[in-house]
Design a protein around this ligand. Structure first.
Ligand code: AMP
Ligand code: GLY
Length: 429
């Protein structure tokens, strides 16, 4: 089978790496890919939003399965584009259509969906420029901190946790009146703050049945001890100790089942990943957000734990036969440390030569912002590499990852030294 993965980050490198190991895979293509995908697949210079070029490539190269990595092409309707084309409509594609993708594309849509289908979530109200005065009044009655969310896609920057009423009002004004995030903030949710520990849960569904992939914890802040600016993710681990069987059973009953049943009830034909961002509040799961794709860097620690054939799984999701698929998950632990360019998530330089890749022996190196020039791998983004360690316990997985982090260098490289350490059992002696 020929398989096309769309995207260029660590998530897509990981998916392509695992897909390339399947006996069912003849050739993997990645569009546009990076220096890492170039080692295991054929990179194709097509943008993820250029649907007609993707369609032509799929037909010319006899692609059997398309796996969409990022949310953008899903929200822009890549599935609808394929389904509207006589020649493309029979091609298997993993990712929801435009309506399903609104679960991520509109926080207002997803909040209404959760409320309608009884999925536990924080209380919220939505306001627009026309109702900003009601928004200010609503804020007066809220406890602080309070969360303000731009309705649309805002490159991960559309959520502000305001500590005071003044900050909340200023944020509401800059989102709604000053159009801080353009159209994405033409509606804003004012949402109750949830105090708890976050967990990323991943589901793959064909619209009827589903499989629950391994859970993960993401480290979002740039600084150790979860301090400083938000990033795309500085590291991840799987499994997550507090997500024990009792908690995950609750997640399945209270969140996953009502979500998949809700999609069915609303006639949303959903074939793809659902990434559920959860808050564990005193042992109860609350949904913070849905994403319609896998997480990054969570994919880098989740996918290596899958031991059954990933191509069978993806194909079953696209074809609607997931009920027959038996997911096998490895008992081992996986930790991923993201190496970033100095200055990230602010401005940073690109084009730095990466040294030491050949010295990595204990772990898997996943590329994100990298490019290759004359046999040299150069930095080409903020998040550059993820180093993935595996171990019988989390301590060993973390230690294996950091051993190899020490082999890699470039001018300005930065990483957090505390990935996974908060969930290790405390040492008493
Ligand atoms: P999102 O863009 O929806 O992933 O939100 C970004 C981050 O904001 C989340 O990962 C949480 O850390 C935080 N967050 C979002 N909603 C809430 C909430 N209701 N209560 C507390 N923290 C939140
Ligand atoms: N790691 C969070 C995300 O992919 O949105």
């Amino acid at each position: 089978m020929n398989i096309l993965v769309l995207g260029s980050g660590g998530r897509e490198h990981t998916l392509a790496w695992k897909i390339s190991q399947s006996f069912n895979c003849t050739q993997v293509f990645v569009a546009p890919g990076n220096a890492g995908t170039d080692l295991i697949a054929i990179n194709v210079d097509i943008s993820v939003n250029d649907f007609s070029a993707i369609g032509e490539f799929v037909l010319e190269n006899e692609i059997d399965l398309v796996v969409v990595g990022p949310e953008d092409p899903l929200v822009n309707g890549i599935r609808d584009f394929f389904e509207a084309n006589e020649k493309l409509k029979s091609i298997n594609l993993v990712g929801p259509g435009k309506v399903g993708a609104q679960l991520e594309g509109s926080k207002d849509f997803s909040k209404i969906f959760m409320q309608k289908h009884g999925v536990p979530t924080a209380e919220a109200q939505t306001f627009s420029a026309d109702t900003i005065d009601q928004g200010y009044t609503y804020l007066e009655g809220c406890d602080m901190p309070i969360v303000l969310k731009a309705d649309g896609l805002a490159a991960g920057k559309g959520v502000v946790i305001a500590q005071s009423i003044e900050e909340a009002k200023d944020t509401l004004k800059s989102m709604l009146l000053d159009k801080q995030f353009g159209d994405a903030s033409s509606k804003v949710l004012i949402e109750q703050y949830l105090d708890g520990i976050e967990l990323s849960v991943f589901v793959l569904t064909d619209g009827k049945d589903y499989v629950v992939l391994p859970e993960a914890k993401d480290y979002k802040r740039i600084g150790e001890g979860d301090t400083g600016l938000n990033t795309g993710g500085m590291g991840a681990v799987s499994p997550v100790k507090f997500a024990d069987k009792a908690f995950m059973d609750k997640v399945e009953e209270k969140v996953i089942k009502p979500t998949v049943d809700g999609l069915k009830a609303d006639n949303i034909d959903y074939k793809g990943f659902i990434f559920i961002g959860l808050m564990n509040v005193g042992g109860e799961p609350y949904v913070i957000e849905y994403n319609v794709r896998m997480g990054d860097p969570e994919t880098q620690v989740v996918i290596p734990r899958i031991q059954s054939d990933i191509v069978d799984m993806l194909l079953a999701a696209a074809e609607g036969t997931l009920g027959d698929y038996k997911l096998e998950i490895g008992e081992f632990n996986v930790a991923g440390v993201v190496l970033v360019s100095g200055g990230y998530p602010g401005s940073y330089e690109k084009g730095k030569s990466i040294q030491g890749l050949a010295d990595v022996t204990n772990s898997l190196v996943i590329h994100a912002g990298t490019t290759q020039e004359d046999y040299e791998v150069l930095t080409n983004g903020g998040r550059v590499l993820t180093i993935i360690g595996r171990g019988d316990d989390m301590e060993a997985a973390i230690s294996n990852a950091y051993k190899d982090v020490n082999s890699i260098k470039w001018d300005g490289m930065y990483y957090r030294k505390d990935i996974g350490k908060d969930i290790l059992a405390p040492r008493i002696f």
